[in-house]
Design a protein around this ligand. Sequence first.
Ligand SMILES: [Zn+2]
Length: 344
Amino acid sequence: MKETSTIAFHSDRVPARFLLPDGSQTTKSLQVRFDPLLGTSSRIAEGVILPKADEQALTPLQAADANCPFCPDRISRVTPKMLRSIHKDGRLERGESVLFPNLVPYSQYAAVAVFSSRHWLPLNEFTPQRLSDSLSVAVEYVRRVHSVDPSAQHCSYNINYLYPSGGSLPHPHAQVYLDRHPTTLMRLQADANSAYWTAHRRSYWEDLVKVEEARGERFIARAGSTTWITAFAPLGFNEVQAVVSGCETLLDLTDEDLNALSVGISRVLRWYESIGYNSFNLALYSGSLKDSSGWRVHLSMITRTAMLPYYRSDAMHLERLHWEATVDRLPEEIAADLRDFFGG
Ligand SMILES: [Zn+2]
């Protein structure tokens, strides 16, 4: 344990006291927690409640949509193609997955990977096979772009599912980011990783999963090269993280790694569905394709407010303008629930 004692989990329990309408004094629990890598803080506050899923609210989205650009009769006619220097046919396909450039340049090389020809998938049908095929075409896309333009070195694989997550189309799809600039969070992580690597000559993420497995409170499971944990200081509701041991960038991921990630993601999504959520975000962060010593490919997934006609967004002033997440449940409770879904 001495080797991993460089990771510190700081939290502060802050009792919030006030008088109830009947005059009696009450104390609500609040924990402020500090991310062990970045030092950023998160809040776990008693009484934060998000509405749960309502099946009826999904009915309009489940119906066939003649205008959906990702459905089989339109996808080959209305979606863009890659430059010929990247791929001669313009789109990458594997299994049910089809990848093509994003019409909106969220990054220099932004791509969309549609999961399935089916317009609607409940969370329990994000199967390991569909996820693995999607991740495979994303990795292939990154490999092809980087070989043509080595300056595009910062990449990630992401999912927005349903409108509360920021997704603009309900047809399930992932988004690949590849750019000369990292996102803010990836830059902060890269800087902190470099400092940790310089100080200890060990990977922060390898140390993190070792210490989390030894402590047990937030540890969910190991599966192949992947370790699944809950975040000590969450960025959102029901956050689950995974670290891929030995892999610095998306280009290091083997088929076995992709399979382990896919099985784990599908288990987490089944759990999300079981607790009444249907909208989620996912990010799989790669180290820079140029220099990534110490980085490990890692993943974060969170639930968003369930899809409802009039919903309370889970992102309020704290999340958007203070960069501070406030969530309802302790990560240690979430890990205990999830161990069942990982067969633990
Ligand atoms: Zn569709």
